[in-house]
Design a protein around this ligand. Structure first.
Ligand code: DAH
Length: 324
């Protein structure tokens, strides 16, 4: 019996034109399968005799081993890559990689400024009782100022009306009741009002600030707010404090900034904490005073990014978000 010499070479040559795994398995069975030369030759051994049988059997064993090793050495992963459309892994990545939402960017800017002044943040409750959202903030029942807040009421709980907080000022009350003065706190978070148009959303974001200490005055409030606005817009901005009304502050002001061609734009509310609010929180109003402010984050973001329609921020339109 003749044993072909170059079987491995031949297999190696054929392997080069193999394009996928199934072609590979076909090739392997051609050389090692039941109908392969090697297997047939083993069957033929019985027709040989004596020394010849031993010699051929040895050679066949060797050949089978070599072929097996050869096929085992083929890296199937390379074949799998051949099977897939060609991907050049060295090309630069052209995927949309996620990034911070503009509202988070603006929120972080606000928080950074006040954290550097040693304010601490508390998130507070989004589901709140009427007491913390209104009553303790000096909005008595049936007070007309409640109408400024288009409140979403939830089911009436046993003792107290439940609602979605209309502002983050509720956290002031929790903090003043839980901590002793001096207090320097921020409350960032979501608030809810029944309102929806180009400049209002039923859910939006506010940051409340509160400072309670001895000898706090309106000029501390002014200095803090002006410092923040200059930091936020990274330039010296014209700022105006316009008298206003909030039940929980007295005196109260709204703050406007001069914004290019748009003229004066309101950006936040603030004032000196009303003594009734301090008293509701068991803080000695003769010893301590406080100032507070509330900023609408979407409103700041609209100015910061030049966005006209507040709804853009929540439309999940990746083109808009990427452009920003
Ligand atoms: N809570 C007010 C609102 O949502 C904003 C505000 C105004 C907060 C004046 C304050 C403040 O702390 O002093 O409209």
């Amino acid at each position: 019996m003749q044993i072909p010499k170059d079987l491995i070479k031949e297999a190696a040559k054929k392997l080069q034109s193999v394009k996928n795994k199934s072609e590979f398995y076909n090739l392997r069975s051609h050389y090692l399968g039941k109908k392969s030369f090697v297997q047939n030759a083993f069957k033929e051994l019985k027709n040989l005799d004596g020394k010849e049988k031993i010699r051929i059997a040895k050679s066949l064993n060797l050949l089978r081993e070599e072929l097996t090793d050869f096929f085992e050495s083929v890296d199937l992963k390379v074949l799998a890559v051949k099977e897939e459309p060609y991907i050049d892994v060295t090309l630069p990545v052209n995927a949309n990689i996620g990034k911070k939402h503009p509202i988070s960017v603006v929120m972080d800017l606000i928080l950074d400024y006040f954290h550097n002044l040693n304010y601490s943040s508390y998130f507070g409750n989004e589901i709140e009782s009427d007491y913390y959202n209104f009553e303790a903030l000096n909005f008595p029942q049936n007070h007309p100022a409640r109408q400024m807040h288009d409140t979403f009421y939830l089911n009436k709980s046993l003792n107290d009306k439940c609602l979605l907080r209309t502002h983050t000022s509720n956290t002031q009350i929790h903090m003043m009741l839980n901590k002793s003065a001096p207090i320097y706190m921020l409350s960032p978070g979501r608030v809810y009002r029944c309102d929806h148009d180009m400049t209002h959303l039923p859910m939006f974001t506010q940051v409340e600030g509160l400072a309670v200490d001895q000898n706090i005055s309106f000029s501390d409030l002014k200095g803090t707010i002006i410092g923040f606005i200059d930091y936020f817009f990274n330039q010296s901005v014209d700022v105006r404090f316009r008298p206003s009304y909030f039940p929980f502050t007295e005196p109260s002001a709204e703050v406007d900034i001069r914004f290019g061609k748009k003229g004066w734009l309101e950006i936040l509310g603030c004032g000196m904490v009303h003594p009734n609010v301090l008293r509701n929180c068991n803080i000695d109003a003769r010893k301590y005073r406080g100032f507070a402010f509330g900023v609408g984050v979407e409103r700041l973001a609209m100015l910061y990014y030049g966005v006209e329609d507040i709804r853009e921020f929540y439309a999940s339109n990746s083109e808009f978000l990427n452009q920003i």
